[in-house]
Every structure is written in structure tokens, then in C-alpha cells.
Design a protein around this ligand. Structure first.
Ligand code: C2E
Ligand code: MG
Ligand code: MG
Length: 556
């Protein structure tokens, strides 16, 4: 359900109208258990705690407004206090504040009756203690997310003149600790982590575990220093075998610039900062700035647009020829292009890495593979029957679908020769869950698909990878030569890579060839296959077919 959005004036009018029907109408922020009140600048801000209206801390335990806010539906409930029944209708909505930040909140429309309504749950006496324990994380003893939100707000209200920072921590690859050492060790790490963080706190600062390995701190902003960046494995020493797993902790920080912002939104900002360094263990800490939010909103916009564009067939393959030493076209790489309805052609660098953050990359890739297979079917009975097409596979594809099964079905569906559909994988594929991926790639290879390792040399594990992976071809990028000052050294590395590939019975394709000089150099080093602007840029399929026909398959 989409929540109705009101501005502060509309909501004030609405409350006034509702007061004609109900005994009490108020806005609450159930995440923080606070009533929202209009301030002199026309903004709704958190003020007293919800329960101060009629009871003694008995509400939150089973709060109808909390449920309403999180289920985004209306919830009704009776509550009992001092021989009165409070019937509460909780209506979730959003307020658009003048500073552009929407607050999710709940309008409580309350009818008060004398006496006890039959439906009231009178077991409430146990609630106070349950409520308090409900704010603590039972494993680590620090606050859980509800408790964290609540006490962060309290601290901010208690010290209105202080400046604050929210830090969110994440143990890198925490899941692996559970997998390798078992859940008990995983729990021990979490308990130690909670202790480390708790020991850093001074007055009014707060520590919580939001979920899993996500811990959060509220600290006085001027206290933020390297001590809060837990990059030192020593702090966890003795817990797990460091030869098997190196502990790494990353943190995202939000310096609170808007104290009226809901606490979960403050945490979201710290999380956005954390997200910018995820998977990059060379960075331990990232501090939020507004550009990050803008970038994230832009990325989400692209993801939304792409979803529609894929469904509407706006993604097409462009083909870039791959040629032999004598200039003969042997095949092509299929590269995705987004052709917008206005004719604009969007290159992959503007969408691939964004789609890789969502599962949409799988939809895009499978759609590109399908187009490539269909084209190979078209060519099957023509003068282009010997041409192959290489397609790119993203590491995420292996995670979400059975890549082997997909390609098996695809070649059957279009009745094409497996060796004509070459599969480009990257080294990063092997960095996560390597053993599983390795087995899958080897299975594809054993069953007749040709495997190419794309961008060889850009990753970390290149050489050790070759030992375990059955691949047919290495694709080396000319960047390898361009990027370095010491071209003699890199030439000799390239030369060795090529002769090593020979001895491993693997082909080498050099991509990114832009000049005749580069072409000649690579031939001298023993390379036989090439791809690059020097021969042709990626082009629409029809242009590729024309180029092939007009030049009888030879382009230099
Ligand atoms: P890649 O797979 O390494 O593809 C080669 C890229 O190098 C292509 O960029 C190509 O246009 C570019 N290139 C080719 N020759 C030259 C040259 O001589 N000089 C220079 N400077 N560049 C050259 P493109 O088409 O922009 O694609 C970029 C990357 O996006 C690809 O790198 C690939 O990693 C990814 N990508 C493209 N299409 C797909 C797709 O359908 N699925 C997935 N998962 N990734 C794709
Ligand atoms: Mg490629
Ligand atoms: Mg490449």
C-alpha cells in the first residue's frame, strides 16, 4: 500500500476534523515511541513519549501503531488504564516536512470509554519487564534496533546543544565465520564486538545491534577518531584461527546535521556510506556526504528504468569483431547497449555496475545471451556459419541462476553448436565462494562450452586461477601495456603470459588494440587473435553483417 503524504498544514487540518469524531487524535512516531508536535517553524518533531498520555510505559509492548507503521495498514486495538478503555485506531501516513524529509508516522484516533471493554487483555501486568527486555539484544546485551532508536532520540533530546555522529559497523564476510567455525564462534565474535564497542562509550552515548553483524553507535561528534575505526584484528585475537580468517570491520559514519530526522534515516545515511566501501577491504571507514545519497537515488532511478527497458526490449547486442593475425573475422563479442526510445545509445559503463548491485543483471545478461544465440541460429545456414559470438557472464549470474542449465537449454532451443557460443567470465567470479563457481565453470567446459577469462591480469588471483580452472582462452587487455611506465617490463610479462598459455594449450586474445603499432607488437609477442577499435568498434548486428559481407570477412 502506498502511504498518503500530507504536508504539516494539511495534517493539522485533518487532526482538527478528526477531533470532531474522536476523543483524542495525535501523531506518533512508533519507532521512537514519541508523540510528534508542531514546532514554531511549522515542522513536526518528536516530543514527549507516547505512554505519557494515559498509561505507565505499558503501551509499547504490543503497540498497534508500531504494527500499523510497519505493515502500512490500519490497525485497531483496545487498551485499558485506570478503569477506562482506550480504543485506538492507528492510521499510517507520511508527513512532508519543509526540509524535504518525509516522516513516516501514525495518526492515532482514540475513543475513550469508562469501564473495561471485554476484549481487553488484562495480562498486561507482565508487560513492563517484557517491554524493557524487548529493547535489548538477548545475545550481546546491547540495545536492539528498537532500543537503539529510542535511546538515541533520548540522548539527542537530553543534550540539545551537543553534536552527534552515528557509526554503523559491519564485520566483513561475517557469514563465513559461521560457515567455517560454526555458529557458536560466530556468536562469540558478536559478543566480543559488542564489548569492544560498549567500552568506548561515555555519557549519553548509545550502542546497539541493529541486526546480524550490524552494530551501531551514537557518539559525540567531536570524539570521533581512529579509535572508533576497528581495523585492528588484535581486538578479536584468540577468538578464531587467524590463518583461516582475517577479521575485517568496516564502518559508515553519519555526522548528524539534522537532529529532527528520524533515527532510522540517520542510520540509513551511515549505511549508505558503508555501502560505498563494501567489498573493498582497503577501506575501513567511509563518512556520509549528500553526494552519496544523490548517487544512490540516481542509481535506484536507473535500476527502475532498466527494469522497464529490459521488459520492453530496449537492450540490444552490439557486435565487436574478433580477428585473426591476417585480419580475418573469426567471431565477435556481444556487448550490451541500451537504445532508449529517443535514440540515445547508453554504454555499459553507465548501467552494468549498477545492475550488478541488484539482481537485474541476471535479467539483462540472459536477455543478451538469448539474442546472441538467436543470431547464431540465423547464421547457421549462411556464409557466417563459422563465426562465433562471445557473451559476458557476471559473477552475480552464478549466484542467482543455474548458469549451466540455462546455457544447455539455450543451445538446445536454438539448435546451435556449443562451441559457437563462447562464455566470458572474469576473475572476480572466483573471489567469492570460489570452489562452487570453479566446479560450475569446469562443468560448462567439460560439456563443450568454450570458456574465456576476460580482463586477465586486472584481478588478483590470475596465475593461481589457471591451475584449477578449465578455460580455453585468456583475454588480455591492452591497458596492461598502456597503464605502465615500464613498457619493457610489461612486454616481457605479456610475452611470458602468451608462451605460458601456449604450453597450457590455451588461446590468447588481446583486446583494446587501437593502433597498427600495438597490433604489430602483439603479433611479435606471439598473439594470434585480436579485438579493438583498430579493427572495428562495437556496432549494431546489421552493420557487423554488412562489414563481414563487404570485406569477405577480412578487415585489415
Ligand atoms: P569487456 O567485456 O572487457 O568488453 C570490452 C570493452 O572494451 C567494450 O566496452 C569495448 O567497446 C571496449 N573496447 C573494445 N576495443 C577497444 C579499444 O580499442 N579501445 C578501448 N579503449 N576500448 C575498447 P563496452 O562495450 O563499453 O563494455 C564495457 C564492459 O561492460 C565490458 O567489458 C563488460 O565487462 C561489460 N559488459 C558489456 N556488455 C555486457 C553484458 O551483456 N553483460 C555483462 N555482464 N557485462 C557486459
Ligand atoms: Mg568481455
Ligand atoms: Mg575485456
Amino acid at each position: 500500500m502506498k502511504l498518503s503524504v500530507y504536508d504539516p498544514i494539511e495534517i493539522k487540518q485533518l487532526i482538527d476534523q478528526m477531533l470532531g469524531i474522536y476523543d483524542l487524535v495525535r501523531l506518533v512516531d512508533p519507532d521512537e515511541c514519541r508523540v510528534l508536535e508542531l514546532d514554531e517553524k511549522g515542522r513536526y518533531k518528536p516530543s514527549k513519549e507516547c505512554y505519557t498520555v494515559w498509561s505507565t510505559k505499558q503501551r509499547c509492548a504490543n503497540c498497534s501503531s508500531y504494527k500499523a507503521c510497519h505493515s502500512e495498514t490500519r490497525v485497531e486495538k483496545n487498551e485499558y488504564f485506570q478503569n477506562k478503555t482506550f480504543h485506538i485506531l492507528s492510521v499510517p501516513l507520511e508527513i512532508s516536512n519543509p526540509d524535504g524529509i518525509n516522516n513516516r508516522c501514525v495518526m492515532e484516533c482514540i475513543t475513550i470509554r469508562e469501564g473495561i471493554d471485554e476484549s481487553v487483555d488484562l495480562t498486561r501486568d507482565g508487560i513492563i519487564s517484557t517491554e524493557e527486555s524487548m529493547l535489548l539484544d538477548s545475545l550481546t546485551g546491547v540495545y536492539n534496533s528498537d532500543g537503539f532508536y529510542k535511546f538515541v532520540r533520548q540522548s539527542i533530546l537530553n543534550e540539545p546543544d551537543s553534536e552527534w555522529a552515528i557509526i554503523i559497523y559491519d564485520v566483513v564476510k561475517f557469514k563465513m565465520i559461521n560457515d567455517i567455525f560454526g555458529r557458536d564462534k560466530g556468536n562469540a565474535v558478536l559478543i566480543r564486538f559488542a564489548d569492544i564497542l560498549r567500552n568506548k562509550l561515555i555519557d549519553n552515548e548509545v550502542c546497539g545491534r541493529l541486526k546480524g553483524d550490524r552494530f551501531a553507535l551514537l557518539i559525540h561528534a567531536d570524539r570521533f577518531n581512529d579509535g572508533f575505526v576497528i581495523s585492528d584484528h588484535q581486538e578479536f585475537s584468540g577468538l578464531i584461527n587467524e590463518n583461516l580468517f582475517k577479521m575485517n570491520v568496516q564502518a559508515g559514519v553519519y555526522f548528524v546535521t539534522n537532529k529532527l530526522m528520524p533515527i532510522p534515516s540517520m542510520c540509513d545515511r551511515a549505511l549508505i556510506a558503508l555501502g560505498t566501501i563494501k567489498n573493498d577491504i582497503t577501506h575501513h571507514v567511509s563518512i556520509f556526504n549528500e553526494n552519496m545519497l544523490e548517487k544512490m537515488i540516481k542509481e535506484q532511478h536507473i535500476i527502475d528504468e532498466c527494469e522497464k527497458a529490459i521488459a520492453e526490449g530496449e537492450f540490444q547486442i552490439y557486435l565487436q569483431p574478433q580477428v585473426e593475425e591476417d585480419g580475418k573475422i573469426a567471431g565477435a563479442e556481444a556487448l550490451a547497449r541500451w537504445i532508449r526510445p529517443n535514440g540515445e545509445i547508453v554504454p555499459p559503463r553507465e548501467f552494468i555496475s549498477i545492475l550488478e548491485k541488484s539482481d537485474l543483471i541476471v535479467k539483462l545478461d540472459t536477455c543478451i545471451w538469448e539474442q546472441a544465440a538467436r543470431k547464431l541460429r540465423d547464421w547457421k545456414d549462411s556464409d557466417k556459419k563459422d563465426l562465433y559470438i562471445s557473451v559476458n557472464i557476471s559473477p552475480k549470474d552464478f549466484f542467482h541462476i543455474d548458469v549451466y542449465d540455462f546455457f544447455e537449454k539455450l543451445v538446445k532451443k536454438y539448435d546451435i553448436d556449443k562451441s559457437k557460443l563462447k562464455l566470458e567470465i572474469t576473475e572476480t567470479l572466483m573471489m567469492n565462494d570460489a570452489i562452487k563457481q570453479l566446479a560450475l565453470v569446469n562443468k560448462l567446459h567439460e560439456n563443450g562450452f568454450e570458456i574465456e577469462i576476460d580482463d586477465f591480469g586486472k584481478g588478483f588471483s590470475s596465475l593461481s586461477l589457471l591451475k584449477d580452472l578449465s578455460a580455453d582462452t585468456l583475454k588480455i587487455d591492452m591497458e596492461f601495456l598502456r597503464e605502465t611506465d615500464n613498457s619493457k617490463k610489461s612486454e616481457s610479462i605479456l610475452g611470458s603470459v602468451i608462451s605460458m598459455s601456449d604450453s597450457l594449450d590455451m588461446n590468447v586474445i588481446t583486446e583494446g588494440i587501437e593502433t597498427k603499432d600495438q597490433f604489430d607488437r602483439m603479433i611479435r609477442l606471439g598473439c594470434h587473435s585480436f579485438q579493438g577499435f583498430y579493427f572495428a568498434r562495437p556496432m549494431p548486428v546489421e552493420s557487423f553483417e554488412e562489414l563481414f559481407e563487404n570485406n569477405k570477412g577480412i578487415i585489415v
